[in-house]
Design a binder for this molecule. Structure first.
Ligand code: F6P
Length: 194
């Protein structure tokens, strides 16, 4: 049976500063995770593994480490992280201080809440539709994405209610292996200590 592998990029400079979004490169810790991921796939020797990455630098840097062990990387704009609009580059604490109403609105309905000049989880789910359709048709694929992106893809394969998607646990430096069966998905989680 074929599998879908899902991971966030390695730790980025913004992650280390608790800032949202942006387009920063990997930290040294993030590069270690990318290297470990590359080693994992080198050992797995999956013939015709496809690698799909977002177009953000941190994801591309992570995906490239695996590319040496497999095929080329395809970059999908649809895999880019949720656009936090006016909150991009801020920390959660900054947002609470600068835009307290936004924090409240988001806490009330995180799935439908749309950042001013940005996106909601609902928007992300709709832009991921073509990616998910392709994932359904493919053989083995590794997706290198972001927190909100992985939550939406996982939620789809785990068949979770939409309102739960924004809360699914998707930490950095973990790889989820999903193997679709007739009526459910088997999953294995590999956690890396880097
Ligand atoms: O902080 C990392 C990050 O990927 C941000 O870029 C993104 O806005 C956020 O996580 C998504 O998580 P949440 O929806 O819980 O804020």
């Amino acid at each position: 049976p074929r599998s879908i592998y899902l991971t966030r990029h390695g730790q980025s400079e913004y992650n280390a500063m608790h800032r949202m979004g942006g387009d920063s490169p990997l930290t040294e810790i993030g590069r270690k995770y990318a290297a470990a991921l590359g080693e994992f796939f080198k050992k797995e020797k999956i013939p015709d593994l496809r690698i799909w990455s977002s177009q953000k630098i941190r994801a591309a840097q992570t995906a490239r480490e695996v590319a040496s062990a497999a095929a080329h990387v395809e970059y999908w704009k649809a895999l880019d992280e949720i656009d936090a609009g006016i909150c991009e580059g801020l920390t959660y604490a900054d947002i609470e201080q600068r835009y307290p109403r936004q924090s409240e609105d988001r806490a009330r309905d995180k799935y439908h809440y749309r950042y001013p000049s940005g996106e909601s989880y609902e928007d992300v789910v709709s832009r991921l539709e073509p990616v998910i359709m392709e994932l359904e048709r493919q053989t083995d694929v590794l997706v290198v994405g972001h927190q909100a992106i992985l939550r939406c893809i996982l939620g789809y394969f785990y068949d979770r209610p939409l309102m739960e998607l924004p809360y699914l646990d998707c930490p950095l430096h973990s790889l989820v292996k999903l193997t679709p069966r007739a009526y459910h998905c088997d999953s294995t989680i590999y956690k890396y200590d880097v």
